[in-house]
Design a protein around this ligand. Sequence first.
Ligand code: OGA
Ligand code: NI
Length: 322
Amino acid sequence: MSCPKDWPEPIVRVQSLSDSGTPVIPDRYVKPPPERPSAAISDNQNDINIPLIDLGGLSGDSSMRAVTLDQISIACREWGFFQVVNHGVSPTLMDQAREVWREFFHLPIEIKQNYANSPKTYEGYGSRLGIEKGAILDWSDYYFLHYLPEILMDHNKWPVLPVSIREVIEEYSSELVKLCGVLMKVLSINLGLKEEHLQNTFGGTNIGACLRVNFYPKCPQPDLTLGLSSHSDPGGMTLLLPDENVAGLQVRRKDHWITVKPAPHAFIVNIGDQIQVLSNAIYKSVEHRVIVNSAKERVSLAFFYNPKSDLPIEPVNELVSP
Ligand code: OGA
Ligand code: NI
């Protein structure tokens, strides 16, 4: 098991709790009533979804392009979240990435324990965030790894099994860095800046990128807990590959939690805290959380695209009024 001097208490894999077949979740996972899924601020709105945007429009004629830019602009201002299709990443690669990680989580525990993480860097296989003793925990396990900058990327901290996993992570990550580059240009243009502006304030090619793969096991009492507590993403921008067949992500919209209905082979894009700051809060870094269910496990890949870690971040001058 992982080193007891790193974490405040022994790490329990949520997957092993789920596999044990217990009908009752341990108290550690029971959220206080106001945080539970059904304690919606007001009623959940089931017929609403975050905007779905066809990025194919960016390479269309000038009016198509203008419409697409506008859709993205509205989504960044009003939602902080949107789905994109026709984004240029191969659907086969997307499926491979999700399924190879699903296979990883179904490997025997002894193999996964070789990658058990510590709170020093969080890299590897983990089951909690934070080291507060006695904290209420989320119903999920995860795997966290660095892709950029190159100096932080350590292949030894990536799994060796399933055999194709490292190759798939490499290809997937390099494709996602490209897509983030495209989106960074769009966001800059939409803010009235030069297209390279945001990328340059992120550090040009010296940006950070990391992957957090979330595994949400089936939960016998899904109404009492959350797969991931409410948070906003601290980095620049996130590209989430959800489990196409299992909903779970909820996005805060005013007084409601909107459950995202994933579109086939779409990425869910969201603005992180750093872009909220750079844009002088014209773009919103919106709170979100994950609910779990008793029927199906859920796998998601969150790819975080971040400014170089030691760059001070402040609102872009052009976006600040007197
Ligand atoms: C995250 C996240 C959502 C999901 O990893 O930061 O918000 O659907 N994940 O797994
Ligand atoms: Ni998040």
